[in-house]
Design a protein around this ligand. Structure first.
Ligand code: NDP
Ligand code: MG
Length: 382
């Protein structure tokens, strides 16, 4: 029996992880954390019987406690609750499937308690990779990528000499606005941005895919996960999303991982690594597929990717500012307060306003996040 805890169990990655638990009786869920979706969390608790669960607000926690009075489950709350679940003694692996920098502290807490991490929450590595990766190494903890590109890279490195890697090739679908000009982006609507051509995901990452900011975050995530120089990471647009990413070696040979676009495969690979369990679902039919294509990313139109590369190069606290500005801008776009093209404009404004810190600690990272929100509030007329 493998005991796991999940942060973000009510989200896209969280619910797919639980579907895999349903299909694999030797997985046991001991802890679940969600933000505010009390109805779904209650259902999950009744089905999966964890010992500890958490919600964000104390009001919601009180309500959940009343609803679950007939079960032997403890309800915990907020950041403290996330950390309690991350540290649970009986848990062997923590799935980090929450969105945003709220994942930093619980991820560090879990590593300190020697839990392996199945990492979906890329924002944590983007902003605190310089803390997380050395800590994981020190504690002998595996950081198993859930993000499909990073899982593909990880899979393409099995049995290979990592010293011989010459390049990581991260594929990108290009999002729903691939091929559009800057002028055409001026008037795109929220519902268009939420229509991802290949993947079904949470709202924030779907918008990040439309701006190509997601690919920028993934470059930074790959840099930390695989300890790779930025000039050895290349983004390749591949609209069919069949090749999930590739690794080129010193002899020019390229290893790739292919499959239908379904997050369950990378999630399952992280849960059972190094095993490959059977899985239901559609298979790639190459006769039907016919051809796959590749393009250069258009960084002049999708300036979010260009800014991400700049943030990655500058390093230190700049990726935190990039990420925080994007998080706030995306939430303003999702609530109809700004236009799509303002997302990269807001990121750039915050990056310009920031004074870089070389190797920020967690407090400094969270302070940079706060400062970035304040810059947006004070300078943006909504
Ligand atoms: P969703 O928005 O679907 O889900 C987010 C989850 O986090 C929900 O369970 C939500 O709870 C919870 N949550 C949000 N804020 C808090 C908080 N403050 N405290 C506790 N829980 C919180 O996101 P996704 O599943 O799409 O993405 C999760 C992470 O995985 C992101 O970092 C994303 O970049 C990454 N990722 C996602 C992929 C995908 O296919 N979806 C692919 C690759 C990476 P509630 O809904 O109850 O409020
Ligand atoms: Mg991805």
């Amino acid at each position: 029996m493998k005991k796991i805890a999940i942060l973000g169990s009510t989200g896209s990655i969280g619910t797919q992880t639980l579907e895999l638990v349903r299909d694999n009786p030797d997985l046991q869920v001991v802890g679940l954390a969600a933000g505010s979706n009390i109805d779904l969390l209650e259902k999950q608790v009744r089905e999966f019987k964890p010992r500890l669960v958490s919600l964000q607000s104390s009001k919601a926690c009180g309500d959940l406690e009343v609803r679950l009075a007939d079960l032997p489950v403890e309800v915990v709350c907020g950041m403290e609750g996330l950390i309690r679940i991350a540290e649970m003694e009986e848990s062997e692996l923590l799935v980090t499937a929450i969105v945003g920098m709220v994942g930093i502290r619980p991820t560090i807490a879990a590593i300190n308690k020697h839990k392996d991490i199945a990492l979906a929450n890329k924002e944590t590595l983007v902003t605190a990779g310089h803390i997380i990766m050395p800590l994981a190494k020190e504690k002998g903890v595996s950081i198993l990528p859930v993000d499909s590109e990073h899982s593909a890279i990880f899979q393409s490195m099995q049995g290979e000499n990592r010293e011989r890697v010459s390049r990581l090739l991260i594929t990108a679908s290009g999002g729903p606005f691939r091929g559009k000009t800057r002028a055409e982006l001026e008037n795109v609507q929220l519902e268009d941005a939420l229509k991802h051509p290949n993947w079904s995901m949470g709202h924030k990452i779907t918008i990040d895919s439309a701006t190509l900011v997601n690919k920028g975050l993934e470059v930074m995530e790959a840099k930390w996960l695989f300890d790779m120089d930025l000039d050895k990471i290349q983004v390749v647009v591949h609209p069919q999303s069949i090749i999930h990413s590739m690794v080129e070696y010193a002899d020019g040979g390229i290893m790739a991982q292919l499959g239908t676009p379904d997050m369950k495969l990378p999630i399952q690979y992280a849960l059972f690594y190094p095993d490959r369990r059977p899985m239901k679902g559609k298979r790639v039919d190459f006769y039907e597929l016919g051809c796959i294509t590749f393009e250069r990313p258009d960084m002049e139109t999708f300036t979010g990717l260009k800014l991400a590369m700049r943030a990655a190069k500058e390093g230190g606290s700049v990726p935190t500012v990039f990420n925080a500005a994007n998080e706030r801008a995306v939430s303003l776009f999702l609530t109809g307060k700004i236009r799509f093209v303002q997302i990269p404009e807001i990121i750039e404004m915050c990056m310009e306003a920031h004074k870089r810190i070389e190797a920020p600690n967690v407090e400094e990272i969270l302070a940079c996040e706060q400062e970035t929100y304040e810059v947006i509030e004070s300078r943006l007329i909504l």
